[in-house]
Structures are given as C-alpha cells and as structure tokens.
Design a protein around this ligand. Sequence first.
Ligand SMILES: *Cc1c(COP(=O)(O)O)cnc(C)c1O
Length: 356
Amino acid sequence: MPAYTSPRPGQAFTGRVVDLRSDTITLPTPAMREAMATAEVGDDFLGEDPTATALEARVNELFGAEASVYVPSGRMANLVGLLSLTQPGDEVLCTRNAHFFHYEGAAISVIGGVQPRALTDRRGVLDPAEVAAAVKAPLDYLPRTRVVAIENTHNQEGGAVYPIDDLHALRKVADEHGLAVYMDGARIFNASAASGVPVAEYAALTDGLMFAFSKALSAPVGSMVVGSEAYIERARRHRKLLGGGMRQVGVLAAACLVGLNTMVDRIPEDHAHARRLAEGIAALAGGAVAVDEVETNIVMVRTAALGFTPEGFVEAMAERGVRFFTFGTGNVRMVTHKDVSAEDIELALERMAEVM
Ligand SMILES: *Cc1c(COP(=O)(O)O)cnc(C)c1O
C-alpha cells in the first residue's frame, strides 16, 4: 500500500505528470462543481436534505435495494456496514488481503469488538467448503461466526472481479450456516463494467454492501451502504455514533448523483487503458505483468522482472513524472481512472522504456 515519503520523489518534475497512484485522486468534473453550487440542501441529520434523499432513492433504484445511507468515506462505510451485521464477540470471515483487514486500523475490532479471520482465497475468491469448515460451533467460549465478507473488485488482488457463479455458491453456503454476506464493493461499478453483471444482481446476493463515489465515479467525497430497511436503520444509528451524521450534505451528494449519472458508462475506457498499460509493460519485460489477470482498472507489476526494487522503480519513474505506489511484496500497483488518457498511457510506457 502507499508508502508516503517526504520529500516525495519527483517533486521537481515539470512536464506532464501521469498519476497512476489511485483512482481516489480523480477530480470533480465541471458538471459536479455546478451541481454542488446549485444543490438544494437541508439538515440531513434531521432527514431534511432533499439532495441526500434523492441520492438514496437513485441508489436504491440502481441496486434494487430497500434502503441506503451516505457516509463520508469508504472506511466508515465498511465499519458501519460490518457493525450493522454484528455484535461484540462475533467473527467475520474474510480474504487474506481484504482492505478492512489490512488498511482500516482494525476498526471493527477497536470499535465493534469484532474479530476478523482471514481464509485462504484464490485471488479474492473464497472456497465455499473452506467457509463451511471455518464456521465455529455454538459453544459458549467461542466467537460467533456471523459474517463472510468479500471484496469486489479486490484491490490487493489486482482488481479481480468476484465471479457471479462463485458468489452464488458463497451465498448458498452462507445460508446453510446462518452467515450474512457482506460485500466491500468500493469498486463495484468496475466489477459490473467488466463482468456485465448489473450491480443489483450483486446486491441481491448480499446482506450488506458498500461502494465508493470517490474512486471511478470521480466525486470528491463519500460512500454508500446499501441493504434492507432494517439493516440501513442500524447503519444510520452507527453512522451517527461514529460522528458521520452530516448537515447540509446535499452539497456533496449532488456531485455523487452526477457521478452515478455520467461516470459509470465511461468505466470501460479505464479498463482498456489498464490493459494497454499491462501489455506495454509485458512487452518491456515478460513476467513483469500477468496480462490475463488485468480485468479492471488495476495493474500489478512485479518490479524484479524489470530489474528494480519496488521502491527503486517508484522513485525512478516519479522522477520522470509517472507516479504510482509500492503495493504488496515485490509489487507496485498502477491504477487507471478518468484523469488518465490514452496518450498518458503511451507517455508512461515511453518513460518506462527509458529506464530499462
Ligand atoms: C479505497 C477502498 C476502501 C476505503 O475507501 P476510503 O474512501 O479510502 O476510506 C475500502 N475498500 C476498498 C476495497 C478500497 O479499495
């Protein structure tokens, strides 16, 4: 994950910067700025913000869901989303490299008294038999296995999509063992664009789901927790408990609505750019990228094949105006998004060729 260094390498670079660090860096579009400036607002803490309410209605419709609630960040969405399925003393099964397991300050444990337990997965896909075997017996000294959580797309697994057949199989085993299914769908629109599976079809197989507006959808702030009426009632309570109840939040929700209405259909461009980037890097050094594993907007690069350490490659390229983060062991991660063009990808590849 991001190694934040100071001073950052490449700060002196003055040409066109190709920023592949994350899709979170996407800037709001002019239409978002306009919608934010003119949004009708009220006190959402009192349930009186018409734009926030309109956003919920639009999300409910898109996801075929009863209810949804807007929260300030993806991390708060995962925390609210998982707290609303658990009680202290519960256990949540997850993938080895789950975002909430590694990068969210152990929040569900610190705040919820909930224990995560990682299973062995295949690029983010869980084996139903292993899930079944992991469910603890109902003995009074054991944690209660309550939730199985997956990530779609899976960030640390290079943007891998959770195949719909595997999700059906997971749902089945979860039902057999009384487990809730939770989806960290921060990039669910990337998953849907790649697989052709509508987001509502994913949502229908979960008891709770979150997605981010601040990544591919390019809105400045916010994520959504989606589910049943009763679940979102609990989520609203947890949001306020965590200090996430906001006032004239329509100013932010307005940009999210524009994101939903204008940014979803263009996601395949990001995926095409990622694939071109992967093919270009593979042409520089076979083995640096598993091109077949590039399903969405994330490219994982094995820098050893390029003759660099991860940190060395990040620094050499930052000095040439191409930015990305080290990520995992021996890897760097490159992420395409709406502020990276096809020309930018070619520029990045030319600059990589220079350092080989
Ligand atoms: C980015 C991300 C999050 C957290 O979102 P923030 O808005 O950065 O807090 C959660 N899960 C996954 C899979 C992510 O990629």
